[in-house]
Ligand binder design. Structure first.
Ligand SMILES: C[S@@+](CC[C@H](N)C(=O)[O-])C[C@H]1O[C@@H](n2cnc3c(N)ncnc32)[C@H](O)[C@@H]1O
Length: 283
């Protein structure tokens, strides 16, 4: 899933969108190839230029999840992979919670903090640029949010991620977890290719719920993103990519590929995968 890998954009030699091998075959000097590839790379900041939330999760779902999680002013939320900060800022403004958000994308963090300032929420919400795998906390949180992180890639597998999240929570703390799930298995190689995913990136709904039970996490409820939620998510990306294509920039072909990737994600909804947000209580 393209957006789950947002963090990789900051890594110098990682390029998910532009095929370095292609470039190397054109330019004999590798350093020139890397320079050229980086220069020509469409960043996630450009892809999500017009997006505030980087997930197909609606405001209604965030609100309902916040109520189920019993968010209230004295509670502190840890937002892992906070992106541009939309979910946290919404919870801080509606429920009065305090939030510590972390994301490895410095531009997103800068944007999120400036938005907190615009919304007069800087005293309650703070975003920092960090790789969450390297964070060590000396306190526990009331709520941990992991919205569209792709936890299997980050923590090795989903069980391990659930165990790590539990260590960050108070007893009876709440985990708000959103991840895609496969609707059928096995997934054909064509579908995996179109989505740019490996089958082991995600589990099925029942596999997820089994792991949650094994981790001692009690599901208080879950929300499946609708096709319209996905439309809200892909439309701003299409607008941004269309602008690049219309400007006849040298990035046009890349922009077209990105649109095809998002279209494949959208087409797969309800057929091969869904985005599910769980509200889970640690015991
Ligand atoms: C799909 S986006 C979701 C952003 C936000 N939660 C939202 O719902 O709008 C995933 C975010 O996780 C961040 N991320 C991925 N891996 C990370 C890591 N190891 N450390 C910190 N942030 C990471 C990415 O930079 C990206 O902003």
């Amino acid at each position: 899933m393209i957006e789950i890998l947002c963090a990789l954009q900051d890594k110098e030699h990682t390029n998910l969108i532009f095929d370095l091998a292609e470039v190397s075959s054109i330019y004999c000097c590798e350093s020139v190839a890397i320079w050229k590839a980086n220069k020509m790379r469409l960043s996630y900041t450009e892809i999500f230029k017009y997006s505030d939330i980087l997930n197909p999760i609606s405001q209604t779902t965030l609100f309902s999840a916040g109520k189920l999680a019993r968010l209230e002013p004295k509670k502190i939320v840890l937002d892992l992979g906070s992106g541009k900060g939309f979910p946290s800022l919404m919870w801080a403004s509606i429920f009065g919670v305090r939030v510590e958000g972390f994301d490895m994308n410095k531009k997103y963090v800068g944007y999120a903090n400036s938005r907190a300032k615009t919304l007069n929420l800087s005293h309650r919400v703070r975003f920092s640029a960090e790789d969450i795998r390297e964070l060590r906390f000396n306190r526990k949180y009331d709520v941990v949010a992991s919205l569209g992180l792709g936890v299997a890639q980050i923590y090795g597998d989903i069980s391990n991620a659930l165990e790590i999240f539990k260590t960050m929570l108070h007893k009876d703390g709440i985990l708000v977890l959103a991840e895609p799930v496969w609707l059928v298995k096995p997934i054909s190689s064509e579908v995996l290719k179109a989505l740019g995913e490996a089958e082991d990136s995600f589990l099925t709904m029942s596999e997820m719920q089994q792991l949650m039970r094994e981790a001692g996490l009690q599901a208080l409820g879950h929300f499946v993103s609708s096709k319209e939620d996905w439309e809200l998510y892909v439309r701003p990306v299409f607008i941004a990519m269309h602008e690049i294509i219309e400007s006849e920039s040298e990035l046009a072909e890349q922009a077209q590929r990105i649109m095809s990737g998002f279209k494949a994600e959208y087409d797969a909804v309800g057929q091969y995968w869904d985005m599910v947000l769980w509200v889970l209580k640690a015991s």
